[in-house]
Design a protein around this ligand. Sequence first.
Ligand SMILES: Cc1ncc(COP(=O)(O)O)c(C=O)c1O
Length: 338
Amino acid sequence: MAEAEVGDDVFGEDPTVNRLEGLAADTLDKEAALYVASGTMANLCSLLAHTERGDEVIVGRGSHIFLNEVAGAAVAGGLQFQPIDDRGGHVTAQLVDEAVRGQNIHWPRTRLVCLENTHNLAGGVVMTPAETDAVLEVARRHGLKTHLDGARLFNAAVYLSLPANTLAAGFDSVYICLSKGLGAPVGSLTCGPRDFIERARKYRKMLGGGMRQAGVIAAAGIVALTSMVDRLAEDHRTARYIAEGIHDLLGIQLDLSRVQTNILFLGFSRPDLDAVQVSAQLRQRGILAAPSGSTRMRLVTHHHVTMADAGAVVTAFRDICTSAAPQPAGTAASGSPY
Ligand SMILES: Cc1ncc(COP(=O)(O)O)c(C=O)c1O
């Protein structure tokens, strides 16, 4: 980062940003890419670039775009979402087909279908190319655009032992994040056809996301894409190790079949185990976990979580679950949106 060659990226003159964008486009086999500050901005620029005001966008009911992006698509794009069931992290072609609007003077135009792979809220669950291809076929049949929220696409690729471009194939646009499992301090990219990227670039500027000497941070993105992808398998191993070490504890609900990548969602079924209080106890041991209300918690493994750390997490849960004292349920403050 300190040695990054920089220029003014608003004028397309930052060589390091240009290199990163080229690398992302090549990696996903798309014509072009756009570097943005965050995943939320990547999704919003993509949605805006695919649509016109008043269009309807089909999204998973549990997707990040629907739940956790502050209704940006409605505010900035005048878009309406049609949420469909994505329980377990999977969207079926049939549900998409049923959600597409026909011709009727009363109805908005369905324009875009968004998928999420891996699916965050379902616990980092992977959609296979067979599943996504079936959805893409329906979208094509109805003349719809398709966007993939691939915040954790490389986790899916590593899980399936497939190149990321195979999972991106057929989508009009794909967003990837550099700052989650890939470990860069900041940054995301949306990738797609050149004309789509030019529209998205204009929206990035409108949203205040045009950066100047952004090569300093883009340099970390190049490291992320070139050296952090294959090692995601280690994060999957540590997550699995934790899951197997705690799933049988009394009061913990954990579906091992959903622990495919680096995310674990736990449920607490004992009133004396409150997610907010458990996370406070974990924090005292240097373990950061995100409670969601009083009965759910998200754990994520990453580059800095070693196998020894994973062992310490298992020990901590075993200690907490065996020493928890009965207390009234439902007194916890609400936690993270996850
Ligand atoms: C699936 C998914 N998409 C998009 C985002 C948004 O990314 P950012 O936090 O960089 O805006 C997240 C963040 O957790 C996510 O999990």
